[in-house]
Design a protein around this ligand. Structure first.
Ligand SMILES: [Zn+2]
Ligand SMILES: [Zn+2]
Length: 340
């Protein structure tokens, strides 16, 4: 497929898609029903549908019985951890295998012209982005994800919390299910802004940002403190009436779903003339410029707080102006404190 029909490549070989990245037409006034209908399929396809399918698979076939989960016993807790590891290994591994190991589409649609494996770096353990990223993902990411899951499923099995069923509250659960990716994103925006505070950034979040050229295994490559904050969105299931199916969907949106921003390619080719949109460019820009796009544009928080980068030259100019203003503010503060 000719990617230059959809975007442009600079001298360094980095690819940028044409067009303007848009905030979802969800929380807008006046309402934009046509834009909403155009946006809607991309809300489900391809990613959220996949995560829902995984959540359903987990719930109907791969979750122990209620009686088993009523007490903390290591066998079922290990099972939860194991199945989550296998799930992530398969989903991330398949994307990695196709795009980064086999390099099935070369660097067509690839945001950063280089492949991380070709540029070893001292910032990573063993100088390898992949080894570093996988150790962090499986070393602390999956245990922390699974600990949240065990804790909340144990609460459900014992009837602790406002749990309900699809027979009792079908409409509420359907609406809650539809909102889960938005809830995840709003929560992520908040914790993400928090860990960009300079001290927390240095200690915690810089680990994730070591991957300036992200690839699938970068997705959950985080400091354990970030992992703890990251999955805390799942605690909402102990506050609002919920069902374990929604909990497992939510955990996949948060956990497996982290891959969405880190695919590194704008489109994943499926045939000579067909491809699926990755929706990865918004978060790629965050890895590139750090202080833009803290969320992915489904919730309008970046727009509201002036941190949205829409992928255009104007977006660049707005960002630069903001950075200059920040620098000027910091210089002024430094000058006034040294004058005192
Ligand atoms: Zn990231
Ligand atoms: Zn960040």
């Amino acid at each position: 497929m000719d990617d230059l029909r959809f975007g442009a490549r600079n001298k360094r070989g980095d690819y940028a898609p044409n067009g303007v990245l848009e905030i979802a037409p969800l929380f807008v006034w006046p309402p934009r029903p046509l834009a909403f209908l155009r946006w809607l399929p991309g809300y489900f396809l391809p990613w959220n549908l996949l995560f829902f399918a995984l959540g359903a698979l987990w719930w109907f076939f791969l979750t122990p019985s209620k009686e088993t989960m009523q007490s903390y016993h290591w066998t079922w807790m290990l099972w939860i951890w194991g199945r989550n590891m296998v799930g992530v290994f398969i989903v991330y591994g398949l994307i990695e295998l196709r795009l980064y190991i086999r390099r099935a589409q070369g660097n067509r649609f690839k945001f950063n012209g280089k492949f991380p494996a070709d540029t070893p770096s001292d910032v990573f353990w063993f100088k390898s982005q992949n080894v570093d990223n996988m150790l962090r993902t499986f070393g602390t990411g999956l245990p922390i994800w699974s600990a949240y899951e065990v804790f909340i499923l144990h609460a459900w099995a014992n009837g602790w919390g406002p749990w309900t069923t699809f027979q009792q509250h079908p409409l509420w659960l359907a609406l809650f299910g539809l909102a889960i990716p938005l809830i995840h994103e709003a929560h992520f925006y908040c914790i993400h802004r928090l860990i960009h505070i300079p001290l927390l950034y240095k200690w915690v979040h810089s680990v994730h940002h070591n991957s300036v050229n992200p690839s699938p295994w970068s997705s959950l490559s985080m400091h354990p403190v970030e992992h703890l904050l990251y999955w805390s969105d799942s605690l909402i299931h102990l506050i609002l009436p919920s069902h374990p199916l929604l909990l497992l969907y939510h955990l996949h949106v948060t956990g497996t779903g982290a891959v969405v921003g880190h695919v590194g390619f704008d489109k994943i080719e499926t045939g000579p003339e067909s491809a699926i949109d990755s929706h990865a460019y918004v978060h790629y820009l965050h890895h590139k410029y750090f202080e833009v796009n803290y969320a992915d544009g489904s919730v309008p928080l970046d727009k509201l707080f002036g941190t949205w980068h829409d992928g255009t030259k104007q977006g660049d100019a707005l960002m630069q102006a903001r950075f200059q203003a920040k620098k000027a503010r910091m210089n002024a503060a430094r000058a006034s404190s040294s004058a005192r």
